[in-house]
Design a protein around this ligand. Structure first.
Ligand code: FAD
Ligand code: NAP
Length: 546
């Protein structure tokens, strides 16, 4: 009997949704992607006017994960693209990916997923009724599986209740999601609240235009750099299998000591008013190369939490007051939810939802829904979302089995406990994962984690780069389902792609190196020529002296 191709609903056509479509196709599933806006790219498609239900960024956002670490595993980012891309380049890359794999035809634009309900026979079929809305009309269809790719940086967390007096404040206040350009803030006195990556970026950018920027933080932060050793991107330097092995021999306190020492060597966090009470690995990292410069220049002043606002001033918890404040920006992060699900086990409480390996809800009778990209990695989301999709599509097809419900729940509980032990309590720390560790964990589920020892026998050159080089996503295309024949070459050339966009001028030393590759005869002629020139110069110099 012929089996029917399974139909999968993909919700959202951001970076997670695009790879979800591709992974469905790779596994022979039939994807239909619903995207509420009129284009792909999700958060990475800049628009001056924030849209309901879609994440919104500021014009200047530059990603803080580098191109070789953030690309999809079978589609390297062009070698001339910069390592840390501006959002306009990122959306270009996503467009190239969608075009290359012909993904657009599976997307229904301007179509919002309004509700997803279990079918009456869900416990046997695992099917869902998906209702979508377009141009005021609703439609329903049956799907065998759901890939939720709706993002988690859409709904602003605006904790006004924590700031008494804000209702009386006569200046402007808004969430960082609504910040677009710095020009309208020329000569203003601004308070930015929150020192995540949005708070850091906004404070730095505004400080070039504003009269004064105050960056308020309730617990301080360790600040790390995009530009790491020898000018290589941070994630390229940090994430290798070799370094990971060394890390296994370090206690968490040794790791903290090492990382804090490096952060303090750049600038002393205590002297800059930034030193928190917690250790460096207990908070999602704030990456900012410019903040210390702006503090040193006095354009950004670090302040504690705001205790209360008056009509014109902010009173901070240390009793200091700053008056004549024009603008307050709440860079206070996001909350997430999935309002389209009519399912108690899929309700989010305070940014918490129990998911097996952050993907599968353990409580469902049938594993036909997977959450994609619902993680906050210390590293890039995109290749992780891709691996999650590769796993989820194989689970949907029945090629990979999940453990029993009780084993999944035990794993969820353990991860929750680990996270609580490691991170300071905050709604921003509920979906934290470590980049390499989590990628490997997902890869093991599918059978695509590279085996360095067996590689060493078969292909020592490749094994060396896989072990010592950055742990790029191509590593997960070397073996097992979804092998990509270009993976070896992509790994062996990753160093060239990292260097190319920075080496836009050939230095004099290199010209000399270039000379060394000139044939011997030509070199001999050149040497004779130089000697002759020296001799004649010397003679004329001597003649002059006489
Ligand atoms: P999104 O990009 O948010 O896309 C979700 C899509 O789903 C949207 O197109 C939306 O319109 C659609 N959608 C939502 N609900 C529905 C519905 N009901 N029906 C139909 N469509 C729907 N990550 C990194 O890895 N590196 C970084 O450096 C980095 N920088 C960031 C900078 C900022 C300022 C922010 C806010 C986030 C950053 N992130 C970064 C995280 C970011 O969330 C991911 O990079 C990425 O955008 C996640 O992609 P996504 O597809 O999961 O979600
Ligand atoms: P975030 O990481 O959640 O940071 C929110 C900040 O606001 C934290 O400092 C938090 O402090 C503070 N905060 C929250 N509630 C508060 C309250 N009631 N009172 C005082 N302070 C409060 O949010 P984000 O900075 O917008 O970043 C969101 C995501 O986008 C992250 O993944 C980030 O890496 C990413 N991002 C990346 C870039 C980039 O690549 N250039 C730029 C921006 C954002 P606590 O720590 O004390 O909770």
């Amino acid at each position: 009997m012929k089996t029917m191709t399974k139909r999968i609903a993909v919700i959202g056509a951001g970076s997670s949704g695009l790879t979800a479509i591709k992974c469905c196709l790779d596994e022979g599933l039939e994807p239909t992607c619903f995207e509420r806006s009129d284009d792909i790219g999700g958060l990475w498609r800049f628009n001056e006017n924030p849209e309901d239900g879609r994440a919104s960024i500021y014009k200047s956002v530059i990603i803080n994960t580098s191109k070789e670490m953030m690309c999809y595993s079978d589609y390297p980012i062009p070698d001339d693209f910069p390592n840390y891309m501006h959002n306009s380049k990122i959306i270009n890359y996503f467009r190239m990916y969608a075009k290359n794999f012909d993904l657009l035809k599976y997307i229904q634009f301007k179509t919002t997923v309004c509700s997803i309900k279990k079918r009456p026979d869900f416990s046997s079929s695992g099917q869902w009724d998906v209702t979508t809305g377009k141009d005021g009309k609703q439609e329903s269809a049956i799907f065998d599986g759901i890939l939720v790719c709706s993002g988690h940086h859409t709904f602003p967390n605006l904790p006004l209740h924590c700031f008494p007096g804000i209702e009386k404040f006569k200046g402007r206040y808004f969430h960082s999601r609504d910040y677009k350009f710095p020009y309208e803030f020329v000569d203003k006195r601004i308070i930015v609240i929150g020192i995540g990556n949005s708070g850091g970026d906004l404070a730095v950018e505004l400080s070039a235009f504003a009269k004064q920027v105050f960056l308020s933080t309730r617990r301080g932060a360790w600040i790390i750099n995009r530009v790491c050793d020898d000018g290589f991107p941070l994630d390229v330097v940090l994430y290798s299998r070799y370094k990971y092995l060394i890390k296994q021999f370090m206690s968490i306190s040794m790791l903290n000591d090492w990382a804090e020492k490096r952060a303090n060597a750049r600038f002393n966090h205590e002297n800059y008013g930034l030193k928190p009470c917690h250790r460096i690995v207990s908070q999602h990292p704030t990456v900012n190369d410019d903040l210390p410069n702006r503090i040193l220049a006095g354009k950004v002043l670090i302040k504690p939490n705001v205790k209360m606002f008056t009509e014109t001033a902010a009173i901070f918890e240390d009793g200091t007051v700053e008056d004549n404040i024009d603008t307050v920006i709440f860079a206070t992060g996001y909350s997430f939810s999935f309002p389209f699900f009519d399912e108690p086990s899929l309700t989010v409480h305070n940014n918490k939802i129990p998911l097996y390996k952050f993907v599968f809800p353990a409580d469902l009778e049938k594993m036909t829904v997977a959450f994609i990209g619902l993680i906050q990695p210390i590293g890039a989301i995109m290749p992780i979302a891709e691996l999650q999709c590769r796993w989820a599509t194989r689970v949907f097809k029945g090629l990979n089995k999940l453990p029993s419900m009780s084993d999944m729940k035990a794993d969820i509980a353990m991860k929750k406990k680990d996270m609580e032990n490691r991170y300071v309590e905050s709604p921003r720390h509920t979906i934290q994962v470590d980049f390499m560790e989590y990628m490997d964990e997902l890869a093991r589920q599918i059978g695509v984690k590279p085996n360095v020892l067996s590689l060493l026998i078969k292909d020592p050159k490749l094994a060396k780069e896989v072990f010592y080089g950055p742990c790029t996503p191509y590593q997960y295309r070397l073996k097992g389902p979804g092998v990509w024949e270009g993976a070896r070459q992509a790994i062996l050339t990753q160093g060239d792609r990292i260097i190319k966009p920075t080496k836009t001028r050939v230095s004099d030393n290199q010209m000399m190196d270039h000379l060394s590759s000139v044939p011997l005869l030509l070199k001999a002629v050149a040497v004779l020529f130089v000697l002759a020139a020296v001799f004649f110069n010397f003679s004329s110099f001597s003649a002059l002296r006489i």
